[in-house]
Ligand binder design. Structure first.
Ligand code: NAD
Length: 369
């Protein structure tokens, strides 16, 4: 049996709690003799700063690159908020994504039936929702040069950033999105602001050319970002896969998250390019942050982290059946009324982080019989 090397990065706040809970689920899969993991642990964010005075060491970067997949929890917290920008916890995460070349961020927004009532939208608008947002992660305005703050002659200041996308950057993210669309409902919506931005025009034209050349079986549509924001809250089920740039994707994926009700439920995957050796750099992480307000209380919802592990099974290890099994176990647990406090409805008793992981493990055992 192939041994899969996984680097776990628990980070800060609730990170260690949700990671420990997820390890119980990983242990279950190992105990079934279906998968073998070699798991090692590393530091990132504030917990790395406390030991090394930097939020990410070269050694951790090297270990992340050598792993088959990285499982990351979350970073940040008030303890490190006053640090200089270049050693803040967030800087460690941005550097890791860049160093690993993780250009594609996959964020599913799925509404599980049992939680349809938790959405801020009307239940019938979101029941059965299953969309995938593909966000370009290491280009665009967050990284473009020139950038900076300049002092103007009149004593005021001017802050500026550059939005730019090359053909190569657009095509590599578009390929990921088309391939995903092919495995799902074969519909891809590309989102830009081509009516006022040149970078958006190039984005739109390159994606259209690629579709015509290589993906004629995928139904491609284009939408301006402002319209897409409206459509996501008006009729979200019209979408299958959405592909967009770094800035728009940052905002749209958070918006889509809220359609599903709770941050504690949302997984994500970040993927790089497949190398000549067939290996693809990959990191899996919940969408939520370190939740300092509940850290250490044992009440964090571990399901976003557990579902991130399910994405790892699917995308890094091609174990779709196991990923489906885990997803079904989570669905069944929720359907039986088991809840952590963030997703509990009035009248439901909330359980803690470990108990939720144990409920998933118990359900896995039941389903596997
Ligand atoms: P957050 O996601 O940490 O928390 C927002 C709210 O959601 C809080 O009330 C929190 O208790 C709740 N919540 C989040 N995850 C939960 C879970 N699993 N179970 C139950 N409730 C959960 O966002 P924030 O409060 O804006 O940021 C807190 C810190 O996290 C900041 O330092 C921020 O920079 C950092 N952050 C990190 C990441 C990351 O690591 N990828 C992402 C976002 C924010």
């Amino acid at each position: 049996m192939t041994v899969r090397k996984i680097l776990t990065l628990s980070g800060d706040g609730i990170g260690p709690e949700v990671m420990t809970a997820t390890r119980r689920v990983m242990d279950w899969f190992q105990a079934q003799d279906r998968i073998r993991f070699e798991i090692s642990e590393g530091l990132i964010g504030g917990s790395s700063y406390d030991v090394h005075k930097i939020p990410l060491t070269d050694d951790t970067v090297a270990r992340a690159k050598a792993a088959d997949a990285v499982l990351f929890a979350c970073i940040g917290g008030p303890k490190w908020d006053q640090l200089p920008y270049d050693v803040r916890p967030e800087k460690g995460l941005l550097r890791l994504r860049k160093e690993m070349g993780l250009f594609a961020n996959l964020r599913p927004a799925i509404v599980m039936d049992a939680l349809a009532g938790a959405s801020s939208l009307k239940t019938d608008l979101v029941r059965g929702l299953d969309i995938m947002i593909v966000r370009e992660l290491i280009g665009g305005i967050y990284f473009g040069e020139p950038r900076g703050v300049e002092q103007l002659p009149d004593g005021t200041r001017r802050g500026y950033n550059t939005q730019a996308y090359s053909t190569a950057e657009i095509l590599r993210i578009a390929h990921v999105a088309f391939e995903l669309a092919r495995k799902r409902g074969k519909r891809l919506c590309s989102v830009d602001k081509a009516n006022v931005m040149e970078s958006g025009l190039v984005w739109r034209e390159e994606i259209t050319k690629l579709r015509n050349a290589q993906y004629p079986d995928v139904d491609l549509s284009h939408m301006y970002i402002d319209n897409c924001s409206m459509q996501l809250v008006r009729a979200p089920k019209q979408f299958d896969v959405i592909v967009t740039d770094n800035l728009f994707g940052d905002i749209l994926s958070d918006l889509a998250s809220m359609l599903t009700g709770s941050l504690g439920m949302l997984p994500s995957a970040s993927l790089g390019a497949v190398g000549p050796d067939g290996r693809q750099p990959a990191m899996y992480e919940p969408v939520h942050g370190s939740a300092p307000d509940i850290a250490g209380k044992g009440i964090a919802n571990p399901l976003a982290m557990i579902l991130s592990f399910a994405m790892m099974l699917r995308y890094s290890f091609n174990l779709g059946t196991d990923a489906d099994l885990l997803k079904r176990a989570v669905q069944n647990v929720l359907s039986s009324g088991v809840r952590t406090s963030d997703i509990a409805e009035p009248g439901q008793t909330a359980i803690g982080t470990t108990a939720m992981a144990d409920a998933v493990v118990k359900e896995l055992t039941k389903l596997a019989k």
